[in-house]
Design a protein around this ligand. Structure first.
Ligand code: HEM
Length: 400
């Protein structure tokens, strides 16, 4: 059975709806070992086991040391180099130092101060949705992709006129993050996108060094806390990480509300429930389904051996539906309490932008429902195929 788990997940059916596969994985305990020759040594999907591996110092992200063991050819690819220079693939003291810089910039105190700006942008975008006069509108392009791009653009200091060029480049770059094989064509396109984004940010950093403004890039440009390649890689990656993840939280969230009228009624009746509603969206239908780590020494997870140098596939989205942790895990229930999900991962790589993503979700969904009390799906959304950045390409909605 175990040989087929990865095949099942990556099949057409598995990609469209991985939850039946997750449910069967849970019947086999918290971890399944995969046979020798598999891409990963094990799949970790039980809630407690996922938390343990993500926090275990013997498991690392796929850093340069890991990649070099296979081949050093990755160094010729700007997209992979960018990821390797960023927080995502860093570890140890260097990671801690870089996280201090970005942790401050996106911590909860800072995010509270950003709320008026998020509200202003939200209301502006809602005005534009109202312009359609109740005709079907694609929520993704007209709202969900705009809000996070404008918010992260404001925080970093990316001028509004430049933001239109981001969605395509970000999408192309992000293709390298997906689970399973990627084609050389996708990798080359991601390389080009990474080079364009890096040179864009290099120009902006130089401009802010010459004439600082009241934005994060000016602060980072004036500091010597990070080397230039690390600064640029993290600017590219922070923009990307804060963009389509949050857009998918908004799209997945609105879709869940439109298909669960009780949840929509409850949010309309009491906007203060937006926070628990967002947590339940993140548990039930998270924008990111997995993380990968490798063992830096021979070890085990829940009795399943993981030899040094082998990877484990950590299914955070499956952990969010673990029946031993959540009562009735396949029910979308925004009134759920004790909702400890792994949508933002855990441990040393816990999402730097969690407070910002949560604030955007809370403000956007509550204000949207207050402004348009009776939104309705105008067409079924297209199927979803991705495990990383899982969201709707289109979401046609009538805003009434
Ligand atoms: C709902 C929105 C979001 C979701 C679901 C999300 C999800 C995640 C997840 C799962 C990880 C960890 C990956 C791993 O463990 O390997 C992560 C890391 C990260 N996220 Fe988010 N994220 C969101 C919003 C944001 C925002 C708004 C920002 C921008 C500030 C951001 C910046 C980052 C960064 C820089 C990392 C890397 C941290 C590290 O590896 O140390 N994210 N995010």
């Amino acid at each position: 059975m175990s040989t087929t788990w990865l095949g099942e997940l990556l099949s057409e059916d598995g990609r469209r709806d991985p939850y039946p596969v997750y449910a069967r994985l849970h019947e086999h305990g918290p971890v399944v070992g995969l046979p020798h020759g598999s891409k990963h040594a094990a799949i970790v999907h039980g809630h407690a086991a996922v938390g343990r591996v993500l926090r275990d110092p013997d498991f690392h992200v796929l850093d340069a040391e890991y990649l070099d063991r296979g081949s050093t050819r990755w160094r010729a690819h700007p997209a992979v180099r960018t990821m390797q220079h960023s927080l995502f693939n860093d570890s140890g003291d260097h990671l801690a130092r870089t996280r201090r810089v970005f942790g401050q910039a996106f911590g909860s105190t800072r995010v509270s101060a950003l709320e008026p700006m998020i509200t202003r942008i939200t209301d502006h975008l809602l005005d534009r949705l109202a312009d359609a006069g109740g005709a079907p509108v694609d929520f993704m392009t007209r709202f969900a992709l705009r809000l996070p791009s404008d918010v992260i653009g404001e925080v970093l200091g990316v001028p509004e006129r430049d933001r239109a060029a981001f969605p395509d480049r970000v999408r192309t770059f992000d293709a390298i993050l997906e689970l399973g094989q990627r084609s050389l064509r996708e990798l080359r396109a991601a390389d080009t996108a990474a080079e364009e984004l890096t040179s864009y940010f290099a120009g902006l950093v130089a401009a802010r060094r010459a004439a600082p403004e009241d934005d994060l890039i000016s602060v980072l440009a004036a500091s010597d806390a990070l080397s230039e390649p690390v600064l640029l890689a993290n600017l590219v990656v922070v923009f990307n990480a804060g963009f389509r993840t949050t857009a998918n939280l908004l799209g997945n969230g609105l879709h869940l509300l439109l298909t669960h009228p009780d949840a929509l009624d409850a949010l309309r009746a009491d906007p203060a429930t937006a926070s628990s509603c967002v947590e339940e969206v993140l548990r039930f239908d998270p924008p990111v389904h997995f993380a990968i780590r490798y063992a830096t020494k021979d070890t085990e997870v829940e009795g399943v051996e993981v030899p040094r140098g082998r990877t484990v596939l950590i299914l955070t989205a499956a952990a969010n539906r673990d029946p031993s942790r959540f009562a009735d895990p396949d029910r979308f229930d925004p009134s759920r309490t004790d909702n400890h999900h792994y949508a933002f991962s855990a441990g040393p790589h816990f999402c730097v932008g969690a407070a910002l993503g949560r604030a955007e979700g809370r403000i956007a969904l509550s204000r949207l429902v207050a402004r348009f009390p009776f939104p309705a799906l105008a067409a079924p959304p297209g199927p979803r195929h991705h495990f990383m950045l899982r969201g709707h390409d289109r979401l046609e909605v009538r805003f009434r």
